[in-house]
Design a binder for this molecule. Structure first.
Ligand SMILES: Cc1cc2nc3c(=O)[nH]c(=O)nc-3n(C[C@H](O)[C@H](O)[C@H](O)COP(=O)(O)OP(=O)(O)OC[C@H]3O[C@@H](n4cnc5c(N)ncnc54)[C@H](O)[C@@H]3O)c2cc1C
Length: 385
């Protein structure tokens, strides 16, 4: 695996942005988390960051060129997300990639103008509502129904654990349009705009790692026909594409998190002396360091391999599942060993390690729980045996 000069320079630019602009904000993020507040950046913190991104060209990196984007391949984004993963400051260069790719794949002309264009420009925010109280890891079991009524669709049901929906200008909502067919031709994607009557954000749910999700109710929510995203009944495929994009992003973030934890572990181990010997001279600690360096290398190769295949147009659903499992477990182990190396200091709320640990804990559930991915990998492996 080797990045082109252009993509290597982009990675260096992002690394500098992370070190110079994001790292100084960590203290404030950690302080908010300590107080049980949302860890999101405040407008005072976010506005200068966004201005800096525009100045540096760190904007619309994978958005289509027709909307002013750089349309970069997945491999370039791996390097970008690895660098962003090194900090607990919650920040991505606008726009967030997964919905962008879903819209790019299936939006019609009207939807490209009305939703994709402002989204690609970073002026509109979006969310996706798939999970329900009775169907999360197995979204094909969803109960939210959409029925045709003249030139509108009427959505009824309940969604839960929906990120960002309270601040989204539009939400992509997955609903059953044919309960017999379900995932095989019976699930449709709809674009629902903020403030649509019958689209009710019922409650905010605080989660580990400073995340906030929401429970949302659809009560006779009427959506015009032209807001069906992609063909009726064919929502599952583009939704999977979107999930794959996020899974590669998660893999890259995990490499970044693990790199930071390893760097912290090494720095402390070389300094701290116990029983007259530096921690870095103890085999127990050396093995944590050796295993961390090895697994980070392996995970990075996995993510680049999948990204290259995706750029060639190959189906990488199995690779994405493998990455989701391996990356989150790898980074969980490395962050935990780093916390242990620091002793009491490692488990303070003043250190970023505990926030990384919380964030990784949540990552093992969202975008498909680890066990569901293992089931999928085993199924496909057995089918090819
Ligand atoms: C922070 C966060 C943000 C989220 N954001 C969104 C969002 O924006 N939009 C959205 O639609 N959803 C979102 N989700 C929901 C997320 O996708 C679901 O929580 C996830 O898919 C799991 O569904 P569930 O919680 O219903 O767990 P379930 O499906 O009930 O599974 C519970 C547990 O059962 C086990 N399990 C399930 N199936 C199997 C199996 N086949 N084999 C073995 N074990 C199994 C696993 O251990 C699993 O963790 C978010 C979740 C979190 C935590």
């Amino acid at each position: 695996m080797s990045l082109s000069d252009e993509h290597r320079m982009l990675q260096e630019l992002v690394a500098k942005f992370v070190d110079n602009e994001l790292m100084p904000l960590e203290k404030g993020v950690l302080a908010r988390e300590q107080q049980g507040q949302p860890i999101n950046l405040t407008p005072d913190e976010e506005e200068p960051l966004l201005a800096k991104c525009r100045e540096l060209g760190l904007w619309a990196l994978d958005a289509p060129e027709e909307f002013g984007g750089a349309d970069l391949p997945a491999v370039a984004l791996v390097a970008v997300n690895e660098e962003l993963g090194r900090t607990v400051v919650p920040f991505t260069f606008p726009p967030d990639s997964p919905n962008l790719h879903m819209l790019k794949a299936v939006a019609n002309e009207m939807q490209r103008k009305r939703y994709l264009e402002p989204y690609a420009a970073g002026t509109a925010k979006s969310a996706i509502a798939i999970s329900e109280p009775g169907a999360g890891g197995d979204p094909a079991g969803m109960m939210t129904r959409a029925r045709k009524d003249g030139d509108h669709w009427v959505i009824n049901g309940r969604k839960i654990w929906i990120s960002r929906v309270a601040h989204a200008d539009f939400t992509i909502v997955m609903a059953l349009t044919d309960p017999e067919k379900r995932a095989r031709g019976g699930i449709t994607a709809f674009i629902v705009e903020k403030g649509t009557p019958g689209f009710i954000i019922e409650r905010e749910i605080p989660m580990l790692g400073g995340h906030r999700t929401y429970e949302v109710v659809f009560d006779d929510c009427r959506v015009p026909e032209e807001q069906v995203l992609g063909p009726v009944g064919q929502g599952f495929g583009p939704m999977q594409l979107r999930l794959t994009v996020r899974r590669l992003q998660i893999g890259s973030w995990c490499v970044g998190i693990a790199r930071r934890a390893l760097a912290m572990m090494c720095a402390h181990a070389m300094e701290r002396v116990t029983f007259g010997v530096r921690l870095s001279d103890r085999q127990a600690i050396q093995w944590w360091i050796a295993d961390a360096a090895t697994k980070i290398h392996a995970c990075r190769l996995m993510v680049y391999d999948a990204a290259e295949k995706q750029d060639r147009g190959e189906d990488i659903r199995t690779e994405a599942s493998m990455i989701k499992v391996f990356a989150t477990e790898m980074a969980t182990e490395i962050v935990d060993n780093a916390m242990q190396t620091f002793g009491a200091m490692g488990v303070t709320k003043e250190m970023p390690l505990q926030l990384f640990a919380q964030r990784l804990r949540v990552m093992r559930v969202y975008e498909g729980p680890t066990e569901v991915h293992r089931m999928v990998i085993a199924r496909r492996t057995l089918a090819n045996a």
